[in-house]
Design a protein around this ligand. Structure first.
Ligand SMILES: CC(=O)N[C@H]1[C@@H](OP(=O)(O)OP(=O)(O)OC[C@H]2O[C@@H](n3ccc(=O)[nH]c3=O)[C@H](O)[C@@H]2O)O[C@H](CO)[C@@H](O)[C@@H]1O[C@H](C)C(=O)N[C@@H](C)C(=O)N[C@H](CCC(=O)O)C(=O)O
Ligand SMILES: Nc1ncnc2c1ncn2[C@@H]1O[C@H](COP(=O)(O)OP(=O)(O)OP(=O)(O)O)[C@@H](O)[C@H]1O
Ligand SMILES: N[C@H](CCC[C@H](N)C(=O)O)C(=O)O
Ligand SMILES: [Mg+2]
Length: 489
Protein backbone atom coordinates (compact mmCIF):
# COMPACT_ATOMS: atom_id res chain seq x y z
CA UNK A 1 0.00 0.00 0.00
CA UNK A 2 1.34 3.46 -0.87
CA UNK A 3 0.10 7.04 -0.83
CA UNK A 4 1.53 10.56 -0.98
CA UNK A 5 1.48 12.62 2.20
CA UNK A 6 0.02 15.75 0.54
CA UNK A 7 -2.85 13.72 -0.98
CA UNK A 8 -3.67 12.22 2.40
CA UNK A 9 -3.63 15.67 4.00
CA UNK A 10 -6.16 17.06 1.51
CA UNK A 11 -9.19 15.97 3.49
CA UNK A 12 -8.12 17.53 6.78
CA UNK A 13 -10.17 20.63 7.44
CA UNK A 14 -7.43 22.37 9.43
CA UNK A 15 -3.76 21.83 8.84
CA UNK A 16 -0.36 23.42 8.36
CA UNK A 17 2.04 21.43 6.21
CA UNK A 18 5.78 21.62 6.77
CA UNK A 19 8.47 19.95 4.59
CA UNK A 20 8.19 18.31 1.19
CA UNK A 21 5.75 15.71 -0.07
CA UNK A 22 6.80 12.12 0.57
CA UNK A 23 5.53 8.57 -0.10
CA UNK A 24 3.86 6.86 2.87
CA UNK A 25 3.89 3.06 3.03
CA UNK A 26 1.98 2.57 6.28
CA UNK A 27 0.50 4.28 9.33
CA UNK A 28 1.29 3.93 13.02
CA UNK A 29 0.35 5.51 16.35
CA UNK A 30 2.83 3.53 18.47
CA UNK A 31 6.55 4.02 17.87
CA UNK A 32 7.26 0.51 19.21
CA UNK A 33 5.44 -1.01 16.24
CA UNK A 34 6.55 1.46 13.59
CA UNK A 35 7.97 0.25 10.27
CA UNK A 36 10.24 2.25 7.96
CA UNK A 37 8.20 4.55 5.71
CA UNK A 38 5.22 4.79 8.10
CA UNK A 39 3.40 8.02 8.85
CA UNK A 40 3.54 8.48 12.65
CA UNK A 41 0.58 10.05 14.48
CA UNK A 42 1.40 11.80 17.76
CA UNK A 43 -1.68 11.20 19.92
CA UNK A 44 -2.20 12.85 23.30
CA UNK A 45 -3.42 9.85 25.32
CA UNK A 46 -4.93 9.30 28.75
CA UNK A 47 -1.66 8.10 30.19
CA UNK A 48 1.09 9.62 28.02
CA UNK A 49 1.44 12.17 25.21
CA UNK A 50 2.40 10.49 21.93
CA UNK A 51 4.34 13.64 20.91
CA UNK A 52 7.03 12.38 23.30
CA UNK A 53 7.72 9.45 20.96
CA UNK A 54 8.24 11.43 17.73
CA UNK A 55 12.04 11.29 17.96
CA UNK A 56 11.94 7.52 18.60
CA UNK A 57 9.60 7.16 15.61
CA UNK A 58 12.05 9.12 13.46
CA UNK A 59 14.88 6.84 14.59
CA UNK A 60 12.76 3.81 13.61
CA UNK A 61 12.32 5.20 10.08
CA UNK A 62 9.10 7.27 10.19
CA UNK A 63 8.54 9.08 6.87
CA UNK A 64 6.56 11.97 8.36
CA UNK A 65 4.58 13.10 11.41
CA UNK A 66 1.06 14.25 12.19
CA UNK A 67 1.08 16.42 15.32
CA UNK A 68 -1.07 18.85 17.27
CA UNK A 69 1.84 21.26 17.87
CA UNK A 70 4.91 21.91 15.74
CA UNK A 71 7.79 19.60 16.73
CA UNK A 72 10.21 20.51 13.92
CA UNK A 73 12.47 17.45 14.23
CA UNK A 74 13.57 17.28 10.59
CA UNK A 75 10.64 15.26 9.19
CA UNK A 76 7.76 16.43 6.97
CA UNK A 77 5.07 17.37 9.48
CA UNK A 78 1.35 18.08 9.38
CA UNK A 79 0.07 20.05 12.33
CA UNK A 80 -3.67 19.68 12.86
CA UNK A 81 -6.38 20.29 15.50
CA UNK A 82 -6.88 16.67 16.50
CA UNK A 83 -4.35 14.07 15.44
CA UNK A 84 -6.72 11.27 16.56
CA UNK A 85 -9.43 12.54 14.20
CA UNK A 86 -6.87 13.16 11.42
CA UNK A 87 -5.68 9.58 11.90
CA UNK A 88 -9.20 8.22 11.32
CA UNK A 89 -9.78 10.32 8.22
CA UNK A 90 -6.33 9.64 6.72
CA UNK A 91 -6.48 5.91 7.51
CA UNK A 92 -9.81 5.60 5.67
CA UNK A 93 -8.25 7.38 2.68
CA UNK A 94 -5.04 5.33 2.80
CA UNK A 95 -7.02 2.07 2.74
CA UNK A 96 -9.31 3.42 -0.05
CA UNK A 97 -12.51 3.68 1.98
CA UNK A 98 -13.16 -0.05 2.35
CA UNK A 99 -16.38 0.53 4.32
CA UNK A 100 -18.15 1.90 1.25
CA UNK A 101 -17.63 -1.44 -0.55
CA UNK A 102 -18.97 -3.42 2.42
CA UNK A 103 -22.39 -3.58 4.07
CA UNK A 104 -21.41 -2.28 7.47
CA UNK A 105 -23.65 -3.06 10.45
CA UNK A 106 -22.59 -1.23 13.62
CA UNK A 107 -23.98 -2.45 16.94
CA UNK A 108 -23.82 -0.21 19.99
CA UNK A 109 -25.30 -0.31 23.52
CA UNK A 110 -24.14 -1.30 27.00
CA UNK A 111 -25.03 -4.99 26.81
CA UNK A 112 -25.55 -7.47 23.99
CA UNK A 113 -23.17 -6.14 21.31
CA UNK A 114 -21.06 -9.31 21.05
CA UNK A 115 -24.17 -11.51 21.15
CA UNK A 116 -26.02 -9.51 18.48
CA UNK A 117 -23.05 -9.32 16.08
CA UNK A 118 -22.66 -13.10 16.35
CA UNK A 119 -26.36 -13.71 15.70
CA UNK A 120 -26.13 -11.45 12.64
CA UNK A 121 -23.09 -13.42 11.46
CA UNK A 122 -24.96 -16.73 11.90
CA UNK A 123 -28.15 -15.48 10.20
CA UNK A 124 -26.28 -14.10 7.21
CA UNK A 125 -24.29 -17.28 6.78
CA UNK A 126 -27.52 -19.32 6.92
CA UNK A 127 -28.69 -17.17 3.99
CA UNK A 128 -25.49 -18.00 2.11
CA UNK A 129 -23.92 -14.54 2.54
CA UNK A 130 -20.43 -13.88 3.87
CA UNK A 131 -20.06 -11.91 7.08
CA UNK A 132 -17.09 -10.74 9.12
CA UNK A 133 -17.30 -9.80 12.80
CA UNK A 134 -15.22 -7.25 14.69
CA UNK A 135 -15.58 -7.08 18.46
CA UNK A 136 -14.59 -7.95 22.00
CA UNK A 137 -13.59 -11.56 21.37
CA UNK A 138 -11.88 -11.29 17.99
CA UNK A 139 -12.03 -10.21 14.39
CA UNK A 140 -13.24 -13.11 12.28
CA UNK A 141 -13.73 -13.31 8.53
CA UNK A 142 -13.15 -15.78 5.70
CA UNK A 143 -12.27 -18.55 8.17
CA UNK A 144 -9.57 -16.46 9.86
CA UNK A 145 -9.62 -15.31 13.48
CA UNK A 146 -7.43 -12.58 14.98
CA UNK A 147 -7.39 -11.58 18.64
CA UNK A 148 -8.73 -8.13 19.56
CA UNK A 149 -6.94 -5.57 21.73
CA UNK A 150 -10.13 -3.51 22.11
CA UNK A 151 -13.83 -4.10 21.42
CA UNK A 152 -13.61 -1.52 18.62
CA UNK A 153 -10.12 -1.21 17.11
CA UNK A 154 -8.27 2.09 16.75
CA UNK A 155 -8.87 3.67 13.34
CA UNK A 156 -5.69 2.49 11.56
CA UNK A 157 -6.25 -1.13 12.57
CA UNK A 158 -9.96 -0.83 11.75
CA UNK A 159 -9.42 0.48 8.21
CA UNK A 160 -6.73 -2.13 7.56
CA UNK A 161 -9.04 -4.92 8.76
CA UNK A 162 -11.90 -3.63 6.60
CA UNK A 163 -9.57 -3.45 3.60
CA UNK A 164 -8.47 -7.06 4.19
CA UNK A 165 -12.09 -8.17 4.58
CA UNK A 166 -13.05 -6.46 1.33
CA UNK A 167 -10.12 -8.11 -0.46
CA UNK A 168 -11.18 -11.51 0.95
CA UNK A 169 -14.64 -11.06 -0.60
CA UNK A 170 -16.56 -10.41 2.64
CA UNK A 171 -19.94 -8.83 1.89
CA UNK A 172 -21.18 -7.70 5.31
CA UNK A 173 -19.36 -6.74 8.49
CA UNK A 174 -21.12 -6.91 11.86
CA UNK A 175 -19.12 -4.70 14.16
CA UNK A 176 -19.35 -3.77 17.85
CA UNK A 177 -19.05 -0.03 18.33
CA UNK A 178 -18.08 0.93 21.88
CA UNK A 179 -18.73 4.30 23.48
CA UNK A 180 -14.96 4.77 23.84
CA UNK A 181 -14.60 4.31 20.09
CA UNK A 182 -17.37 6.81 19.36
CA UNK A 183 -16.04 9.40 21.82
CA UNK A 184 -12.47 8.89 20.58
CA UNK A 185 -13.36 9.14 16.87
CA UNK A 186 -12.12 5.59 16.09
CA UNK A 187 -14.95 5.03 13.56
CA UNK A 188 -14.67 8.41 11.89
CA UNK A 189 -14.44 7.76 8.14
CA UNK A 190 -16.36 4.46 8.36
CA UNK A 191 -19.67 4.42 6.44
CA UNK A 192 -22.29 2.31 8.21
CA UNK A 193 -25.32 1.06 6.32
CA UNK A 194 -27.13 -0.10 9.44
CA UNK A 195 -26.71 1.01 13.05
CA UNK A 196 -28.24 -0.99 15.91
CA UNK A 197 -28.96 0.20 19.46
CA UNK A 198 -29.37 -2.56 22.07
CA UNK A 199 -29.79 -0.79 25.43
CA UNK A 200 -28.13 1.64 27.81
CA UNK A 201 -27.45 1.18 31.51
CA UNK A 202 -24.64 2.05 33.86
CA UNK A 203 -21.07 1.27 32.84
CA UNK A 204 -17.87 3.17 32.02
CA UNK A 205 -18.60 6.12 34.30
CA UNK A 206 -14.86 6.35 34.84
CA UNK A 207 -14.55 7.48 31.22
CA UNK A 208 -17.84 9.34 30.66
CA UNK A 209 -18.82 12.13 33.07
CA UNK A 210 -22.37 10.86 33.61
CA UNK A 211 -25.13 8.81 31.95
CA UNK A 212 -26.11 11.70 29.63
CA UNK A 213 -22.55 11.99 28.43
CA UNK A 214 -22.42 8.21 27.93
CA UNK A 215 -25.73 8.28 26.00
CA UNK A 216 -24.47 11.15 23.86
CA UNK A 217 -21.37 9.14 22.92
CA UNK A 218 -23.59 6.20 21.87
CA UNK A 219 -25.85 8.52 19.88
CA UNK A 220 -22.90 9.58 17.68
CA UNK A 221 -23.26 6.30 15.78
CA UNK A 222 -26.76 7.41 14.75
CA UNK A 223 -26.01 11.08 14.13
CA UNK A 224 -23.06 10.19 11.87
CA UNK A 225 -25.13 7.72 9.85
CA UNK A 226 -25.46 8.70 6.21
CA UNK A 227 -23.06 11.62 6.55
CA UNK A 228 -20.70 10.25 3.89
CA UNK A 229 -21.82 9.86 0.32
CA UNK A 230 -22.23 6.40 -1.14
CA UNK A 231 -24.38 4.90 -3.85
CA UNK A 232 -26.25 2.47 -1.60
CA UNK A 233 -29.83 2.89 -0.37
CA UNK A 234 -30.33 5.12 2.67
CA UNK A 235 -28.86 3.74 5.89
CA UNK A 236 -31.27 2.59 8.61
CA UNK A 237 -31.17 2.93 12.42
CA UNK A 238 -32.48 -0.14 14.26
CA UNK A 239 -33.53 0.89 17.76
CA UNK A 240 -34.81 -0.91 20.85
CA UNK A 241 -37.95 1.10 21.61
CA UNK A 242 -38.37 -0.53 25.04
CA UNK A 243 -35.17 1.06 26.30
CA UNK A 244 -35.40 4.32 28.25
CA UNK A 245 -32.67 5.86 26.07
CA UNK A 246 -34.38 5.05 22.75
CA UNK A 247 -35.59 8.69 22.37
CA UNK A 248 -31.97 9.93 22.54
CA UNK A 249 -30.91 7.61 19.70
CA UNK A 250 -34.05 8.36 17.67
CA UNK A 251 -33.49 12.10 18.01
CA UNK A 252 -29.88 11.74 16.89
CA UNK A 253 -30.77 9.65 13.86
CA UNK A 254 -31.10 11.53 10.57
CA UNK A 255 -32.09 8.46 8.54
CA UNK A 256 -35.10 6.07 8.49
CA UNK A 257 -35.65 4.18 11.74
CA UNK A 258 -36.81 0.62 12.33
CA UNK A 259 -37.87 0.13 15.95
CA UNK A 260 -38.05 -3.20 17.77
CA UNK A 261 -39.39 -4.22 21.13
CA UNK A 262 -41.48 -6.51 23.29
CA UNK A 263 -43.46 -4.04 25.41
CA UNK A 264 -43.77 -1.10 23.00
CA UNK A 265 -45.69 -0.77 19.76
CA UNK A 266 -42.52 -1.23 17.72
CA UNK A 267 -42.19 -1.91 13.97
CA UNK A 268 -40.64 -5.30 14.66
CA UNK A 269 -42.25 -6.89 17.66
CA UNK A 270 -42.02 -10.06 19.73
CA UNK A 271 -45.30 -10.92 21.49
CA UNK A 272 -46.86 -13.89 23.32
CA UNK A 273 -43.51 -14.75 24.93
CA UNK A 274 -43.12 -18.13 26.62
CA UNK A 275 -39.77 -18.57 28.37
CA UNK A 276 -38.50 -22.00 29.39
CA UNK A 277 -35.12 -23.42 30.52
CA UNK A 278 -33.95 -24.26 27.03
CA UNK A 279 -35.18 -21.18 25.16
CA UNK A 280 -38.21 -19.11 24.26
CA UNK A 281 -41.25 -19.07 22.03
CA UNK A 282 -42.81 -15.91 20.65
CA UNK A 283 -44.65 -14.36 17.74
CA UNK A 284 -42.49 -12.21 15.48
CA UNK A 285 -44.42 -9.52 13.60
CA UNK A 286 -43.66 -6.56 11.37
CA UNK A 287 -45.83 -4.52 9.02
CA UNK A 288 -48.75 -6.98 9.05
CA UNK A 289 -46.64 -10.15 8.65
CA UNK A 290 -46.35 -12.53 11.59
CA UNK A 291 -44.52 -15.80 12.33
CA UNK A 292 -44.34 -18.18 15.29
CA UNK A 293 -40.70 -18.58 16.40
CA UNK A 294 -38.86 -20.81 18.83
CA UNK A 295 -35.26 -19.93 19.79
CA UNK A 296 -32.86 -22.14 21.71
CA UNK A 297 -31.43 -19.22 23.70
CA UNK A 298 -32.71 -18.71 27.24
CA UNK A 299 -33.95 -15.47 28.78
CA UNK A 300 -35.89 -12.36 27.84
CA UNK A 301 -32.60 -10.56 27.08
CA UNK A 302 -31.93 -13.15 24.35
CA UNK A 303 -35.28 -12.28 22.75
CA UNK A 304 -34.12 -8.64 22.64
CA UNK A 305 -30.77 -9.64 21.11
CA UNK A 306 -32.46 -11.81 18.53
CA UNK A 307 -34.87 -8.95 17.66
CA UNK A 308 -31.88 -6.64 17.20
CA UNK A 309 -30.18 -9.09 14.84
CA UNK A 310 -33.41 -9.79 12.97
CA UNK A 311 -33.98 -6.02 12.69
CA UNK A 312 -30.56 -5.51 11.14
CA UNK A 313 -31.24 -8.15 8.48
CA UNK A 314 -34.77 -6.89 7.88
CA UNK A 315 -33.41 -3.35 7.44
CA UNK A 316 -31.00 -4.70 4.84
CA UNK A 317 -33.88 -6.22 2.85
CA UNK A 318 -34.13 -9.85 4.02
CA UNK A 319 -37.62 -11.41 4.10
CA UNK A 320 -39.20 -11.69 7.55
CA UNK A 321 -40.35 -15.29 6.97
CA UNK A 322 -36.84 -16.38 6.09
CA UNK A 323 -35.38 -14.58 9.11
CA UNK A 324 -38.01 -16.16 11.40
CA UNK A 325 -37.19 -19.65 10.13
CA UNK A 326 -33.46 -19.12 10.61
CA UNK A 327 -33.81 -17.72 14.16
CA UNK A 328 -34.69 -21.23 15.30
CA UNK A 329 -31.21 -22.44 14.27
CA UNK A 330 -29.22 -19.81 16.19
CA UNK A 331 -26.72 -21.12 18.70
CA UNK A 332 -25.26 -19.41 21.76
CA UNK A 333 -22.05 -17.40 21.96
CA UNK A 334 -18.97 -18.45 23.95
CA UNK A 335 -19.04 -17.18 27.54
CA UNK A 336 -22.61 -15.83 27.26
CA UNK A 337 -24.93 -17.92 29.45
CA UNK A 338 -22.68 -20.87 28.65
CA UNK A 339 -23.43 -24.09 30.57
CA UNK A 340 -20.45 -26.09 31.84
CA UNK A 341 -20.89 -29.71 30.79
CA UNK A 342 -20.79 -32.20 33.67
CA UNK A 343 -22.32 -35.48 34.89
CA UNK A 344 -22.97 -33.94 38.35
CA UNK A 345 -26.51 -32.72 39.22
CA UNK A 346 -25.30 -29.11 39.70
CA UNK A 347 -25.77 -26.55 36.90
CA UNK A 348 -22.86 -24.20 36.35
CA UNK A 349 -23.25 -21.22 34.02
CA UNK A 350 -20.36 -19.03 32.86
CA UNK A 351 -21.48 -15.58 31.79
CA UNK A 352 -19.87 -12.26 30.80
CA UNK A 353 -22.21 -10.06 32.90
CA UNK A 354 -20.00 -7.23 34.14
CA UNK A 355 -22.58 -4.47 34.62
CA UNK A 356 -25.41 -4.19 37.18
CA UNK A 357 -28.06 -4.50 34.44
CA UNK A 358 -26.58 -7.56 32.75
CA UNK A 359 -26.16 -9.29 36.11
CA UNK A 360 -29.82 -8.59 36.96
CA UNK A 361 -30.91 -9.95 33.58
CA UNK A 362 -28.89 -13.12 33.85
CA UNK A 363 -29.97 -13.82 37.42
CA UNK A 364 -33.62 -13.13 36.60
CA UNK A 365 -33.33 -15.55 33.70
CA UNK A 366 -31.90 -18.24 35.97
CA UNK A 367 -34.72 -17.62 38.45
CA UNK A 368 -37.32 -17.90 35.68
CA UNK A 369 -36.03 -21.25 34.54
CA UNK A 370 -34.83 -22.96 37.75
CA UNK A 371 -36.23 -23.50 41.24
CA UNK A 372 -32.91 -24.46 42.86
CA UNK A 373 -30.69 -22.21 44.99
CA UNK A 374 -28.53 -19.74 43.08
CA UNK A 375 -24.90 -19.30 44.14
CA UNK A 376 -23.22 -16.37 42.38
CA UNK A 377 -19.49 -15.83 42.00
CA UNK A 378 -18.80 -12.24 41.02
CA UNK A 379 -15.93 -9.75 40.87
CA UNK A 380 -15.42 -6.30 39.35
CA UNK A 381 -12.61 -5.20 37.04
CA UNK A 382 -9.87 -2.89 38.29
CA UNK A 383 -9.09 0.44 36.53
CA UNK A 384 -12.71 0.65 35.46
CA UNK A 385 -15.93 2.36 36.67
CA UNK A 386 -15.73 2.10 40.50
CA UNK A 387 -19.31 3.25 41.03
CA UNK A 388 -20.71 0.07 39.46
CA UNK A 389 -19.05 -2.17 42.10
CA UNK A 390 -21.60 -1.87 44.95
CA UNK A 391 -24.43 -1.93 42.38
CA UNK A 392 -23.19 -5.23 40.91
CA UNK A 393 -22.78 -6.69 44.39
CA UNK A 394 -26.33 -5.58 45.30
CA UNK A 395 -27.75 -7.05 42.09
CA UNK A 396 -26.16 -10.42 42.97
CA UNK A 397 -27.11 -10.22 46.66
CA UNK A 398 -30.81 -9.56 45.93
CA UNK A 399 -31.13 -12.49 43.53
CA UNK A 400 -28.86 -15.18 44.98
CA UNK A 401 -29.11 -17.54 47.95
CA UNK A 402 -25.39 -17.02 48.37
CA UNK A 403 -22.87 -14.63 46.78
CA UNK A 404 -19.12 -15.11 46.71
CA UNK A 405 -17.36 -11.82 46.10
CA UNK A 406 -14.07 -12.40 44.33
CA UNK A 407 -11.57 -10.88 41.87
CA UNK A 408 -12.24 -10.28 38.19
CA UNK A 409 -9.29 -8.57 36.47
CA UNK A 410 -7.88 -6.32 39.22
CA UNK A 411 -5.41 -4.94 36.64
CA UNK A 412 -3.27 -2.40 38.55
CA UNK A 413 -5.58 -2.09 41.58
CA UNK A 414 -5.36 -3.82 44.96
CA UNK A 415 -7.84 -6.76 44.71
CA UNK A 416 -8.81 -6.47 48.39
CA UNK A 417 -9.80 -2.82 47.90
CA UNK A 418 -12.08 -3.76 44.99
CA UNK A 419 -13.76 -6.39 47.20
CA UNK A 420 -14.30 -3.78 49.92
CA UNK A 421 -15.95 -1.47 47.34
CA UNK A 422 -18.27 -4.31 46.34
CA UNK A 423 -19.06 -5.19 49.95
CA UNK A 424 -20.69 -1.74 50.39
CA UNK A 425 -23.55 -2.96 48.19
CA UNK A 426 -24.35 -6.09 50.25
CA UNK A 427 -27.39 -5.89 52.46
CA UNK A 428 -27.78 -9.56 53.44
CA UNK A 429 -25.32 -11.75 55.34
CA UNK A 430 -25.45 -14.45 52.70
CA UNK A 431 -22.03 -13.84 51.28
CA UNK A 432 -18.35 -14.66 51.54
CA UNK A 433 -15.31 -12.76 50.33
CA UNK A 434 -12.65 -14.87 48.61
CA UNK A 435 -10.07 -12.84 46.73
CA UNK A 436 -8.69 -15.88 44.86
CA UNK A 437 -11.09 -16.53 41.97
CA UNK A 438 -10.00 -20.18 41.66
CA UNK A 439 -10.89 -20.84 45.31
CA UNK A 440 -14.10 -18.82 44.99
CA UNK A 441 -15.30 -20.98 42.10
CA UNK A 442 -14.35 -24.14 43.97
CA UNK A 443 -16.19 -23.02 47.11
CA UNK A 444 -19.32 -22.16 45.13
CA UNK A 445 -19.43 -25.48 43.30
CA UNK A 446 -18.71 -27.57 46.40
CA UNK A 447 -21.37 -25.73 48.44
CA UNK A 448 -24.04 -26.30 45.77
CA UNK A 449 -26.66 -28.96 46.38
CA UNK A 450 -28.46 -31.15 43.89
CA UNK A 451 -30.46 -28.99 41.42
CA UNK A 452 -28.73 -25.76 42.45
CA UNK A 453 -27.28 -23.31 39.94
CA UNK A 454 -23.83 -21.73 40.20
CA UNK A 455 -23.41 -18.55 38.17
CA UNK A 456 -19.81 -17.55 37.48
CA UNK A 457 -20.10 -14.03 36.16
CA UNK A 458 -17.87 -11.32 34.73
CA UNK A 459 -15.23 -13.02 32.61
CA UNK A 460 -17.22 -15.09 30.11
CA UNK A 461 -14.98 -16.06 27.18
CA UNK A 462 -11.80 -14.63 28.75
CA UNK A 463 -8.96 -17.10 29.15
CA UNK A 464 -6.75 -14.94 31.34
CA UNK A 465 -6.78 -13.03 34.58
CA UNK A 466 -4.87 -9.76 34.93
CA UNK A 467 -3.44 -9.20 38.40
CA UNK A 468 -0.82 -6.53 39.17
CA UNK A 469 -0.67 -5.71 35.48
CA UNK A 470 0.33 -9.29 34.59
CA UNK A 471 -1.95 -11.56 32.55
CA UNK A 472 -1.95 -15.23 33.54
CA UNK A 473 -3.93 -18.06 31.97
CA UNK A 474 -7.30 -18.47 33.67
CA UNK A 475 -10.53 -20.00 32.40
CA UNK A 476 -13.74 -20.00 34.48
CA UNK A 477 -14.96 -23.07 32.56
CA UNK A 478 -11.87 -25.15 33.36
CA UNK A 479 -11.94 -24.10 37.01
CA UNK A 480 -15.62 -25.07 37.23
CA UNK A 481 -14.99 -28.41 35.51
CA UNK A 482 -12.26 -29.36 37.95
CA UNK A 483 -14.38 -28.32 40.95
CA UNK A 484 -17.34 -30.31 39.59
CA UNK A 485 -15.15 -33.43 39.44
CA UNK A 486 -14.66 -33.09 43.21
CA UNK A 487 -18.39 -32.58 43.84
CA UNK A 488 -20.18 -35.37 45.75
CA UNK A 489 -23.06 -35.36 48.24
C1 LIG B 1 -9.40 4.91 27.32
C2 LIG B 1 -8.90 4.39 26.01
O1 LIG B 1 -9.63 4.26 25.09
N1 LIG B 1 -7.59 4.06 25.98
C3 LIG B 1 -6.98 3.60 24.72
C4 LIG B 1 -5.97 4.64 24.32
O2 LIG B 1 -5.04 4.72 25.36
P1 LIG B 1 -4.41 6.11 25.76
O3 LIG B 1 -5.13 7.23 25.09
O4 LIG B 1 -4.29 6.12 27.23
O5 LIG B 1 -2.97 5.97 25.12
P2 LIG B 1 -1.61 6.22 25.86
O6 LIG B 1 -1.12 4.96 26.43
O7 LIG B 1 -1.74 7.42 26.74
O8 LIG B 1 -0.65 6.58 24.63
C5 LIG B 1 -0.81 7.77 23.85
C6 LIG B 1 -0.16 7.53 22.52
O9 LIG B 1 1.24 7.29 22.67
C7 LIG B 1 1.61 6.11 22.01
N2 LIG B 1 2.74 5.50 22.68
C8 LIG B 1 2.67 5.15 23.99
C9 LIG B 1 3.75 4.57 24.63
C10 LIG B 1 4.95 4.35 23.89
O10 LIG B 1 5.96 3.83 24.38
N3 LIG B 1 4.96 4.71 22.59
C11 LIG B 1 3.89 5.28 21.96
O11 LIG B 1 3.98 5.56 20.76
C12 LIG B 1 0.35 5.25 22.03
O12 LIG B 1 0.36 4.29 21.00
C13 LIG B 1 -0.74 6.31 21.80
O13 LIG B 1 -0.84 6.59 20.44
O14 LIG B 1 -5.31 4.25 23.13
C14 LIG B 1 -4.63 2.97 23.27
C15 LIG B 1 -3.95 2.67 21.95
O15 LIG B 1 -4.86 2.34 20.99
C16 LIG B 1 -5.63 1.89 23.62
O16 LIG B 1 -4.97 0.65 23.75
C17 LIG B 1 -6.30 2.27 24.91
O17 LIG B 1 -7.24 1.29 25.22
C18 LIG B 1 -7.00 0.63 26.47
C19 LIG B 1 -6.30 -0.71 26.29
C20 LIG B 1 -8.32 0.34 27.12
O18 LIG B 1 -8.36 -0.31 28.13
N4 LIG B 1 -9.39 0.78 26.55
C21 LIG B 1 -10.73 0.44 27.03
C22 LIG B 1 -11.17 1.36 28.15
C23 LIG B 1 -11.63 0.55 25.84
O19 LIG B 1 -11.33 1.21 24.85
N5 LIG B 1 -12.74 -0.10 25.93
C24 LIG B 1 -13.72 -0.04 24.89
C25 LIG B 1 -15.05 -0.55 25.35
C26 LIG B 1 -15.13 -1.90 26.03
C27 LIG B 1 -16.59 -2.33 26.17
O20 LIG B 1 -17.20 -2.68 25.17
O21 LIG B 1 -17.15 -2.34 27.28
C28 LIG B 1 -13.21 -0.83 23.68
O22 LIG B 1 -13.60 -0.47 22.55
O23 LIG B 1 -12.42 -1.77 23.87
N1 LIG C 1 -29.76 -7.46 25.67
C1 LIG C 1 -29.19 -7.62 26.85
N2 LIG C 1 -29.63 -6.97 27.95
C2 LIG C 1 -29.07 -7.11 29.14
N3 LIG C 1 -28.03 -7.94 29.37
C3 LIG C 1 -27.54 -8.62 28.33
C4 LIG C 1 -28.09 -8.50 27.03
N4 LIG C 1 -27.39 -9.32 26.20
C5 LIG C 1 -26.44 -9.88 26.95
N5 LIG C 1 -26.52 -9.50 28.24
C6 LIG C 1 -25.66 -9.83 29.36
O1 LIG C 1 -24.46 -9.08 29.14
C7 LIG C 1 -23.33 -9.93 29.04
C8 LIG C 1 -22.42 -9.43 27.94
O2 LIG C 1 -23.05 -9.65 26.71
P1 LIG C 1 -22.30 -9.26 25.38
O3 LIG C 1 -20.91 -9.73 25.47
O4 LIG C 1 -23.12 -9.67 24.24
O5 LIG C 1 -22.33 -7.65 25.55
P2 LIG C 1 -21.34 -6.54 25.00
O6 LIG C 1 -22.21 -5.33 24.81
O7 LIG C 1 -20.61 -7.03 23.83
O8 LIG C 1 -20.32 -6.31 26.19
P3 LIG C 1 -18.88 -5.51 26.11
O9 LIG C 1 -19.24 -4.07 26.29
O10 LIG C 1 -18.08 -6.01 27.21
O11 LIG C 1 -18.29 -5.79 24.78
C9 LIG C 1 -23.89 -11.30 28.75
O12 LIG C 1 -23.04 -12.29 29.24
C10 LIG C 1 -25.22 -11.27 29.47
O13 LIG C 1 -25.02 -11.49 30.83
N1 LIG D 1 -14.99 -4.33 27.68
C1 LIG D 1 -15.15 -4.32 29.10
C2 LIG D 1 -14.86 -5.70 29.58
C3 LIG D 1 -14.99 -5.93 31.07
C4 LIG D 1 -14.75 -7.36 31.41
C5 LIG D 1 -14.45 -7.63 32.83
N2 LIG D 1 -13.99 -8.99 32.92
C6 LIG D 1 -13.40 -6.69 33.39
O1 LIG D 1 -12.23 -7.01 33.24
O2 LIG D 1 -13.76 -5.65 33.96
C7 LIG D 1 -14.24 -3.28 29.73
O3 LIG D 1 -13.11 -3.15 29.27
O4 LIG D 1 -14.69 -2.59 30.61
MG1 LIG E 1 -18.66 -7.02 23.40
Amino acid sequence: MNAQLYDLAKRLPTKQIYGSDIAISGMQMDNRRLKKGDLFFCIPGYTVDGHAFAAAAKAAGAAALVTERRLDIGLPEIVTGSSRRAMAVMAADFYQHPSSSLDMIGVTGTNGKTSVTHYIEQLLEMQGDTCGVIGTMYTRYAGKTQESANTTPESITLQQLLYEMKEAGTETVAMEVSSHALAGGRIHGTAFQTAVFTNLSQDHLDYHKNMDDYAHAKSLLFSQLGSSFNRKPLPVSVINLDDAYAPVMIKASAVPILTYGIRSEADLKASDLKLDPSGSQFRLSAFGESYKVRIGLPGRFSVYNVLAAAGALFAQGAELGKIAANLEKLHGVKGRFEPVESDRPVHVIVDYAHTPDSLENVLDTIREVSSGNIITVIGCGGDRDKSKRPLMAAAADKRSSKTILTSDNPRTEDPEVILEDMKQGMSSDNYEMEVDRRLAIRKAVLQAGEGDVVLIAGKGHETYQEINGVRKEFDDRKEAESALKEWSH
